[in-house]
Design a protein around this ligand. Sequence first.
Ligand SMILES: C[S@@+](CC[C@H](N)C(=O)[O-])C[C@H]1O[C@@H](n2cnc3c(N)ncnc32)[C@H](O)[C@@H]1O
Length: 497
Amino acid sequence: MAEKILEPSNFDLLKKLIEKPDTTFSEAIQIAELGTTYKRTGFHFDKRLEKQGDAISYFKKNNELSFVTDQSAKTHKLITGDNYPALLNLLVEYKGKIDVIYIDPPYGKDSMGEFAETNYENAITRDNLLSMLYPRLYLAKQLLSDSGVIFCSIDDRNQAYIKCLFDEVFGESNFVANLIWKCKSGGANDSRFFAIDHEYVLVYARNTNNFVLQLDKEAEVSTSYNLEDEKGRKYALDRLDKQSLGWLESLDFPIIAPDGKIYKVEHKNPTNKIARWRWGKETVKERYNELVFKDGYVYTKNYQKEGAIPRSLLITDRFGRTRTGKTDFSDLFGASIFNNPKPYKLIKYLIQIASNNNTIILDFFAGSGTTGQAVLELNKEDNGNRQFILVTNNEKTDTTPNGIAIDVTSKRLKRVMTGKCYDGASDFEWAKKNKPLGGNLLVMDIAEVSNFEAVKGKTPFDVIDETLYGKEKSKTIKEKVEWVCDNFEGTQKRLEE
Ligand SMILES: C[S@@+](CC[C@H](N)C(=O)[O-])C[C@H]1O[C@@H](n2cnc3c(N)ncnc32)[C@H](O)[C@@H]1O
C-alpha cells in the first residue's frame, strides 16, 4: 500500500480473502484480476471495481413492457439497467451458452452515460471507457460458449486501446480479425485533416481452435465454376503446379497419369526454378483419384461453395452506413431521438457469418436495439430460430425523458416484432413497408433487495423469481432457498452464519 501498488479498498479485500479462503465468486474473480494487473508489457488497465454493497441485484419482470405474440414463438429478452449486474445475473442461466456477442460501447461521448466520459489527458487512469469495459468483458467471456465469438464496434480514436484490452481479456491467440467498416460515403469536406470514413469491428473468439466462421452467402461468387461433375456439382480446374510458390526439390517430382503419360512441373526458366506442385508425394498418392490430367497439365477440382470466405473490408452498401442506421431508425420513430444507431444490415451480416441458425446472441450495450432487429431480420431471411438477449441502461437524454430503454429500445422491438406501437397505433413508415417480424419479448428490470431483508414476502427468497432464470418453479422452500444461495452472491454466507 505504501508503494501505491495496492488501493486501500483492495487491501481490505485481500485481507478478507486471506482470512476467509472460501470466499464468494465475484471477489475471487476480482482478486485474480488484481493479481495479474502488472503482468503485461507496458499496458496497465485501471479496473473500476464495482460497488460491493449488501444488496442483491436480480431480474424483475416488467409486465408493462413484456408481450407475447404467439405462445409457440421464440421469447427474446430485453434487460434494462446497468450491464454489470445484468451480466452477473445472466451467468446464472447462460454460463458458456452464448454463441455470439456483439457490443457497441459508448465511444467517449459525454452524452452516452456517466461512464462514457473519457479523459485523454490523464495517463494513469487512461479513461473511463476502458476501466468500465474491463470487468464487463471478463463476465462476458464466461458467458461465451467454447466456439463462441465476440464482436466489438469501435471508432478510429479508441480502436488501439480497446484492441489491447481485448488482448488482455481474451488473449492475443484468440484475436480473429479487425474488420474495417465503411461508415460514410461522402461529406465531411470540412474535416481539418482526413475525412474519416471508417470504423472498426474487432473480432475475438472464445477459443480460435473451436471457432468456425461461416461462408458469406451473399458475397459475389466467382462465375468461373463452369464444369459439372457426375453429381451435378459445379467446379473449376486449378493447376496443381503453381508458378509463384517457390521451388522445393521435394515438391518437384514426376506424376504418372493412368494412361502412363508422365507429367512434370513446368519451369518457364529452367535455370531459375520457381514453380512446384501444391501437393506433396503422399497427398498425390492418397488423393490420386481427384486429379485431372488434361492438355499437358495436372489439375485439381475446385468446387463451388455456397458463398465466399468473408472479407475483412466491409465497404459495399450491403453493410449499411451510419446514414442507413439513421433511416432504419426514423422509419420506426419518425424523429431521430437516438444518436447514431448502427445499421441493422451490418450486425445481421456479423451474426450470419458467426453462427448457425439456432444460436443465442447477446448485446450488452444495446442502445436502440439494432441487434434485436438484426436477429429477427436474419431469422426471417433464413428461417432461423436464433434468440436475442439485449441489455441497455435506461439513460435519460433530452430526447428520451423516460430513459432509452423505455422510450427507444422496448418501443423499437415492439414495433418490429408486432408491427404496432404499445398503444396499438401502426402509423409509422416501417409498418407500411414490412410485415411484423414476430416473436415474444420478456422485459426484465434490474431490481435490488437487501441481503438482510427479513420482512415476510420481501426477502431475497420471496422476490427472486427462479423462472426468470430458466429454472422450473421450486417445489419446496428448501429447494428455493438453496437455489438462491447457490446463485446469488453473499446470501449463502449469511445463511450459514
Ligand atoms: C453506442 S450506443 C449503442 C448503439 C447500438 N449499437 C444501436 O445500434 O443502437 C451505447 C449504448 O450503451 C448504453 N450504455 C452505456 N453504458 C452502459 C452500461 N454500463 N450498462 C448498460 N448500457 C450502457 C448507452 O446508454 C448507449 O445507449
